[in-house]
Design a protein around this ligand. Structure first.
Ligand code: SF4
Ligand code: FES
Length: 247
């Protein structure tokens, strides 16, 4: 099927969201709660665009809005920009400790007088960390509380039995809100301490025992195969490929 984005005719597949198509076509739409691993959540609304279908226009979240034949999309209109600016203002007020939010706040020309309410806070409650934890099969964190008090945490803010210390939550967090402290062979995350094991090849501490065991259990790959850091795994793979090279 075909649709028009910013005057350009684009091809789309059934099930595509507007954001998917725009990204394939190199058309930029800002996002915060979207990640290609999980698809759209429709929660931050920063990806808002204007859609015209059947002679009617409306503002929609492009990461969740499914394309249909002949719709026309505008990614930047005064109404769209106003909504995005308001979202940035609101999120900045919530999480003004985040470098990303500070940057967006400046880029969107928000008022210098509009100071953040939580100067240390960095979490915008996008839930990407919760989705990453679910994807790992651990579900050690979730959103707790409601309204402006909504935040991410472990059950009763205690060290969660389910947490394997993989730090997938921290890696995916767009605002750097999750603290991971690696010191020597100890990792501290979500109020829990873990021992880090060393890479079999370079000797650097790189993963927790719990993480290796968990991945081994889920994937059926032997522990010994997993005991290499990312860099050394890549080097091992290149070495193997060169070994098989016909040249
Ligand atoms: S901690 Fe980061 S990833 Fe998790 S909800 Fe907050 S901003 Fe999103
Ligand atoms: S990126 Fe679409 S709603 Fe957040």
């Amino acid at each position: 099927m075909e649709l028009i984005i910013d005057g350009k005719t684009c091809k789309a597949n059934p099930g595509d969201s507007i954001l998917n198509v725009a990204r394939r076509e190199g058309i930029a739409i800002p996002t915060l709660c979207y990640h290609e691993a999980f698809g759209g959540q429709g929660s931050c609304r920063l990806c808002t665009v204007e859609v015209t279908a059947g002679g009617r226009s409306r503002l929609v979240a492009s990461c969740t809005y499914p394309v249909s034949e002949g719709i026309e999309v505008k990614t930047s209109t005064p109404a769209v920009e106003k909504i995005r600016r308001n979202i940035i203002m609101m999120l900045y007020k919530r999480a003004s400790g985040s470098v990303l939010m500070q940057k967006l706040y400046r880029e969107y020309g928000c008022s210098e007088n509009s100071l953040g309410e939580k100067e240390e806070e960095r979490c915008i409650v996008c839930r990407l960390c919760v989705l990453a934890c679910e994807k790992m099969g651990t579900s050690a964190i979730s959103t707790v509380m409601r309204g402006i008090d909504k935040r991410v945490g472990t059950p009763y803010d205690q060290a969660a039995t389910a947490c394997i210390g993989c730090a997938a939550c921290a890696h995916i967090c767009p605002t750097g809100a999750i603290e991971v402290l690696d010191s020597g062979n100890t990792r501290t995350i979500w109020n829990k301490n873990f021992n880090l094991i060393n890479c079999e090849r370079c000797g650097q501490p790189f993963a927790t025992r719990e993480q290796i065991d968990h991945v081994s259990r889920l994937s059926g790959i032997e522990d010994a195969e997993l005991c290499f850091c990312e860099e050394c795994r890549r080097k091992k793979l290149v070495g193997k490929m060169q070994g098989f090279s016909p040249c």
